[in-house]
Design a protein around this ligand. Structure first.
Ligand SMILES: Nc1ncnc2c1ncn2[C@@H]1O[C@H](COP(=O)(O)OP(=O)(O)OP(=O)(O)O)[C@@H](O)[C@H]1O
Length: 472
């Protein structure tokens, strides 16, 4: 049999025997050229009928929506979408372009039925809960009952349990996923995990995925060889993954990792090897992975912004840090610790006036511990004597409990008829960001001014479609 025929038969066998649902589509006119047998049940049409139509028609008739192949035909890039089928099923569909002589000729799409996956997910969540409970119950921590938290303040029961869980998993190499709002302490606890781990004498490499421009991601993460691109350092450079060798790699804001980087990261996690840009040889890397996000990663997967397989790789030990307003018992300890730090930093002993406490204990602290620390620093700096009151009104950039707006009118006046509280707050946030965007020179300066993290600023600006007038 000629080689070409063998290849055609091999491909046919692959399509016709696989368990997932494969479509081969002509990129010129969207014609369905072939489908795997399992597709019939999911899309509610026989194989013959599917092959007698185009993806445009299938989308128009609601057999599938949206069409992932049409997305690839539009962009020429691989795509992943959450699809609804005419039979009421939810599937994750991913599609890849096939080029010949530089021209897009075919699209291969593959979909996975989430209905079954949901069952697996529930089962997985149950196992995970049991495992976490087992870890929490499993006797005293390795070095006695004391947590030896060093720089961390932990008073409330739930944070105590979080710290214990972290201490128990620290000596293992399990991947930990830190979840929680911005400023709750995800980075601080990731550092503590590293200190408790057997890798504590090696590097803790802290990478903020939201802060690296997409064009620099690959060279920053994977490093490069001399001459890999114009502007590359003469000696080449080890990337962040390599710098974490033997230590801990902390990927903050993992939800912001571009899709192409997600595939590359997954490969490194699976193989334990990476290749620098412009290099031909692969290098072994051995790091413990800790990641953090304040996004709902499962939702990101459903929206096609995060790879499902990577999500499972990362979601091994999820650790949720509750917002500060849900653990107010921690506020006094955190405030005292920050006050001691400020007194030392500025070389003067100041104390908090008793009237400040109700303010501290009652605040919403949307920016969590970071906002509390910033609030205290402003209060410290604006206090003229040795007694600290509240920060001066005009400096109070995150007034979570003001009763009047700057113009003197009641905040209720900004709540327009028919608008929900959430929509109103969003609109106010957009206005504040819009005004600041023309006044500050960078997202870092804006983060400083708002008392939130720079990644949060990047995300909020993106959400409101805003940009800083002069670039970072
Ligand atoms: N339990 C704690 N004890 C002492 N300091 C804390 C504690 N939790 C958080 N902090 C401090 O609060 C600040 C914000 O914490 P951190 O940067 O870890 O938050 P994060 O959740 O990683 O925020 P982001 O999502 O914006 O990166 C840091 O200065 C950190 O040291």
């Amino acid at each position: 049999m000629p080689d070409n025929d063998i290849e055609v038969q091999t491909l046919k066998a692959l399509v016709h025997t696989g368990h997932d649902h494969v479509f081969i589509v002509d990129a010129d006119d969207g014609h369905v050229l072939d489908v795997s047998p399992g597709s019939a049940a999911v899309y509610g049409m026989s194989r013959e009928s599917l092959c007698a139509t185009t993806v445009h028609e299938l989308e128009a008739r609601g057999v599938l929506s949206p069409s992932v192949s049409m997305e690839v035909i539009r962009t020429g890039q691989p795509a992943q979408v959450m699809q609804r089928t005419g039979t009421g099923r939810q599937v994750i569909a991913e599609a890849h372009p096939v080029y010949a002589a530089g021209k897009l000729v075919r699209v291969i799409s593959r979909s996975m039925d989430m209905t079954d996956l949901r069952l697996l997910q529930d089962e997985y969540a149950l196992l995970q809960r049991r495992f976490n409970e087992h870890l929490k119950r499993g006797g005293s921590p390795a070095s006695g009952d004391t947590l030896e938290l060093e720089s961390l303040e932990v008073r409330c029961q739930v944070m105590h349990e979080v710290a214990q869980l972290i201490k128990r998993v620290a000596p293992t190499d399990a991947t930990v996923l830190m979840l929680g709002e911005s400023g709750v302490g995800k980075t601080a606890f990731a550092r503590q995990l590293h200190r408790w781990s057997q890798r504590c004498d090696d590097a803790f490499v802290d990478v903020n995925c939201a802060a690296i421009p997409e064009s620099l991601f690959e060279s920053e993460m994977f490093g490069y060889q001399p001459g890999a691109f114009s502007g590359a350092a003469r000696m080449g450079k080890a990337g962040l993954l390599e710098q974490a060798h033997k230590g801990t790699l902390f990927l903050d804001e993992i939800g912001e990792l571009p899709l192409a980087m997600q595939s590359k990261l997954l490969k490194v996690i699976q193989d334990g090897y990476l290749t620098r840009l412009g290099d031909t040889r692969s290098r072994r890397v051995d790091f413990r992975l800790v990641v953090a996000t304040n996004q709902d990663l499962a939702r990101c997967v459903e929206e096609g912004r995060f790879r499902l397989d990577l999500y499972y790789r990362l979601n091994v030990i999820p650790v949720t840090l509750p917002p500060l307003r849900e653990r107010r018992e921690d506020i006094p300890g955190l405030a005292e610790r920050q006050l001691a730090r400020l007194n030392e930093r500025y070389g003067m002993e100041k104390v908090l006036h008793p009237r400040v406490w109700p303010e501290l204990m009652g605040g919403d602290w949307q920016g969590n511990v970071r906002e509390l620390e910033n609030w205290l620093e402003r209060a410290w700096l604006s206090a003229e004597g040795g007694v600290i009151g509240a920060p001066m009104e005009e400096n109070d950039v995150t007034p979570t409990r003001v009763s009047k707006t700057a113009s003197g009118e009641s905040p209720l006046a900004t709540l327009e008829e028919g608008r929900s509280l959430r929509e109103t707050l969003e609109a106010v946030e957009a206005e504040i960001l819009g005004e600041l965007a023309v006044r500050v020179s960078s997202t870092y300066a804006m983060a400083e001014r708002l008392g939130i993290s720079q990644p949060s600023v990047v995300r909020k600006l993106r959400r409101h479609g805003l940009k800083i007038a002069s670039r970072d």
